[in-house]
Design a protein around this ligand. Structure first.
Ligand code: NDP
Ligand code: 2IT
Length: 448
């Protein structure tokens, strides 16, 4: 699918010119603009209000120096980012990513996607994303703490519970959120829900840790059910072995499927008996080691170097849950040839445009990231609600709200696709359903 509409093509050209060399951002914008062609034709008022020109430009871009001292006493300098993309329907909301690959183009692509994802949740949250090129791997707890404190010392002046509410993403989990929350509280002298994904002893919501993985499975189960299928008895491959992958594995097991492969950036494990989640959690969450360690505990499993090889493992359902562009056109063809019937994205933008084209053409059920992984941020919004009320819901209460949100997202994306003549195409459906609410809010609020 290439952009046909001259007006949207002009906007795309401007995005490329204004954000040179930010390839991931270009990719994310192009996919959304392609989906918007039928919307623009039907709604000239959006063109008149300059909605699309405005939505591709972050409302505010914050870049800052993050100096800290390592364990050997040496001064280190990283770069910090917060892209406050869109606040039409609520405070900026989105995670923080700490990974050496982080630069403006990655944070912009993530912040842009977050606008539509957050809109799809049905909850009042705008879009934003942040992070740093800091690499937590191999750092001591003390180093991570000093980095997080320095990062928050600058970020604190830009965020707030009604302004901008960050959370976790790659490289940012409970430990990092704790250090950042402590520093924010100390600087501002206030105890508010400024971050989500907090620990349960200081305002975190039950289910937030599990939410993205669980939500991904609730969405996928609904997508399968619509075709008379389900996870029950299926073989599943999940890439990554971090927060999203671990809790997706747990929920696939609960729903009667079997996860046979997981990965990290170095390679993947294949365990035909079904991966043992206790072992994975011990290696990844407690010891912070490599997935390769798994075969020490389960000698019948295999380890293969190179994470991309995971897509050669035969499966019924694939849930890419590591990082962007991890599943390319060839991998998609291999999955199809091996009989895969459904793919849903736990990670943000894990499938390349070529891979998505293969899935759609071959009739594979495809759940795009904005819809399929929205359970994490949706539960973050539930954490915000609980913090505002100074009250907390039970695990069952939060889990049932999460499930309902994911089922609704599936049906809203499906209905939007059908309305605009793209029945069955959830990429177009999710983009349109997410866009329309934000566009209406922007239109109502005038040119700002
Ligand atoms: P984690 O840091 O917990 O885990 C990330 C996993 O992905 C690790 O296994 C990591 O391997 C692997 N990975 C990271 N970068 C790369 C890379 N460049 N190449 C190959 N593998 C890589 O992060 P999450 O599980 O939280 O996030 C995973 C994905 O899900 C991301 O795309 C994130 O944006 C998305 N997401 C996360 C949400 C959340 O609530 N946490 C919500 C919605 C989406 P290694 O350890 O070797 O680096
Ligand atoms: O990509 C995402 O949706 C996240 N990393 C979660 C964001 C959040 O605010 O919970």
């Amino acid at each position: 699918m290439a952009l046909q509409n001259a007006y949207l093509k002009g906007i795309m050209d401007d995005v490329v010119k204004r954000n040179p060399a930010e390839l991931e951002f270009h990719q994310a914008v192009e996919e959304v603009l392609e989906s918007l062609e039928p919307v623009i034709e039907k709604h000239p008022e959006y063109v008149e209000a300059g909605i699309v020109e405005r939505i591709v430009e972050p409302e505010r871009q914050i870049l800052f120096r993050v100096p800290w001292v390592d364990d050997s006493g040496k001064v280190q300098v990283n770069r910090g980012f917060r892209m406050e993309f869109n606040s039409a329907i609520g405070p900026y909301k989105g995670g923080l990513r700490f990974h050496p690959s982080v630069y403006a183009g990655i944070i912009k692509f993530l912040g842009f996607e977050q606008i539509f994802k957050n809109s799809l949740t049905g909850l009042p949250i705008g879009g934003g994303k942040g992070g740093s090129d800091f690499d937590p791997k191999g750092k001591s707890d003390g180093e991570v703490m000093r980095f997080c404190q320095s990062f928050m010392t600058e970020l604190a002046r830009h965020i707030g519970p009604d302004t901008d509410v960050p959370a976790g993403d790659i490289g940012v989990g409970g430990r990092e959120i704790g250090f950042m929350y402590g520093q924010y509280k100390r600087i501002k002298n206030e105890f508010t829900g400024v971050l989500t994904g907090k620990g349960l002893t200081y305002g975190g919501s039950l289910v937030r840790t599990e939410a993205t993985g669980y939500g991904l499975c609730y969405f996928t189960e609904e997508m399968l059910n619509a075709k008379g299928k389900s996870f029950k008895g299926s073989t599943v491959v999940i890439s990554g072995s971090g927060n999203v992958a671990i809790y997706a594995t747990q929920k696939v097991n609960d729903l009667g499927g079997k996860v046979v492969a997981l990965s990290d950036s170095a390679g993947y494990i294949y365990d035909p008996a079904g991966v043992n989640l206790d072992t994975v959690k011990q290696i990844k969450e407690v010891e912070r080691k490599r997935i390769k360690e798994y075969i020490k505990y389960h000698p019948n499993a295999e380890y293969h170097e190179g994470c991309a090889g995971i897509w050669n493992v035969k499966c019924d359902v694939a849930l890419p849950s590591a990082t962007q562009n991890e599943l390319d056109e060839n991998a998609a063809k291999t999955l199809v040839a091996n009989g895969c019937i459904a793919v849903a994205e736990g990670a943000n933008m894990p499938s390349t445009p070529g891979a998505i084209e293969v899935f759609l053409k071959e009739g594979v059920l495809f759940g795009p990231a904005k819809a399929a992984n929205a359970g994490g941020v949706a539960t973050s919004a539930l954490e915000m609600s609980q913090n505002s009320m100074r009250y907390s819901w039970t695990f069952e209460e939060v889990d049932s709200k999460l499930k309902q949100i994911m089922v609704d997202i599936y049906h809203n994306a499906s209905a939007a696709a059908k309305d605009y003549g793209y029945e069955g195409n959830l990429v177009v459906g999710a983009n349109i359903a997410g866009f329309k609410k934000v566009a209406e809010a922007m239109k109502a609020q005038g040119v700002i």
